[in-house]
Design a protein around this ligand. Sequence first.
Ligand code: LRH
Ligand code: MN
Ligand code: MN
Length: 391
Amino acid sequence: MPSQSTVSAVRETLKGQVIETPSWGYGNSGTRFKVFAQAGVPRDPFEKLDDAAKVQEFTGVAPRVSLHIPWDKAEDYAALGAHAAKRGLVLGAINSNTFQDDAYRLGSVTHPDAGVRRKAVAHLLECVDIMDATGSRDLKLWFADGTNYPGQDDIVARQERLADALAEVYARLGDGQRLLLEYKFFEPAFYTTDVPDWGTAFRHCLKLGPKAQVVVDTGHHAPGTNIEFIVATLLHEGRLGAFDFNSRFYADDDLMVGAADPFQLFRIMHEVIRNGGMDAERNVNFMLDQCHNIEQKIPAVIRSVMNVQEATAKALLVDTEALRAAQLAGDVLAANAVLMDAYNTDVRPLLAEVRTGMGLAPDPVAAYHASGWQRHIEAARVGGEQAGWGA
Ligand code: LRH
Ligand code: MN
Ligand code: MN
């Protein structure tokens, strides 16, 4: 049993946790086979913020929203920021998009043609302009770049083009802004991918400087990859910038975080906590990157936030003294038992208490359903937006 002082420290940490939700999680999405339109989905970025505000209202830990450009392109970003602020939100990471233009068939920043590379870099620089207007700290870069066939292009030349583009963007970053580089092992490229793994992302970040950090998207690894090892290593090296949380059974499924493998999420959060990743000064951004193709979107985002909270609570309950003693004694079974005891704790009552202490309802999903918001948006919004892909 954890002591009373441990439990109250855990409660305080949980109250202070921040989980950033993605604007595209509120829009219609699907696979390349079908996008199922849902009633009441947002028609513009302002309405996406209105939905995100509901997640914040019922969870109290999701005040930031990531934007994707051009999916969330606005005439006036100051107005978008003011709309967010009125709803108790702030605009979070700006996600670039160099994967939906015909020009990028052979790549964006790694394209063999310098003109296409210039177009891609211009978009990335525009994203930094948007960050200046929104006050966002994080520029999140994911490149779909790669090749489909052996021999299609020169692997190292593409790395050099990538490094040149990143250096130009890095030089444009203002004080307090940073570049977050996301890797993904395949898709849409099927043979080589230019940023396929954490090693490649880490290497580019090291070359760039301290304002460049790696994003770990939990769905972007080969099956069986030990993601928590990557998390521990990047944190130890000071280069873990953010998570894109989601879960997967097969590839980049973008299902709700904690749905496929809550034990993996717990192991990740254990390494985060063990290596100082919850400390405010580390600035690790805990973001969701998910699509709710067949389930209702707002309660799915709420559930996802709760899943992260549950994994965090369990990881905070690990008896670190007992763990260290067992590790030093070489007691394999005792060390493992310490972790499993924490994992097997039902933290839902603790989280309900935390919410009540924050003036919230203990069950955020039930509170959302009781609020009438879903009925309101289904009646008020006609012709909602697609999240941006999968048409
Ligand atoms: C790529 C990715 C990346 C994109 C998002 C929409 O698979 O994870 O983070 O920006 O999906
Ligand atoms: Mn992602
Ligand atoms: Mn992805």
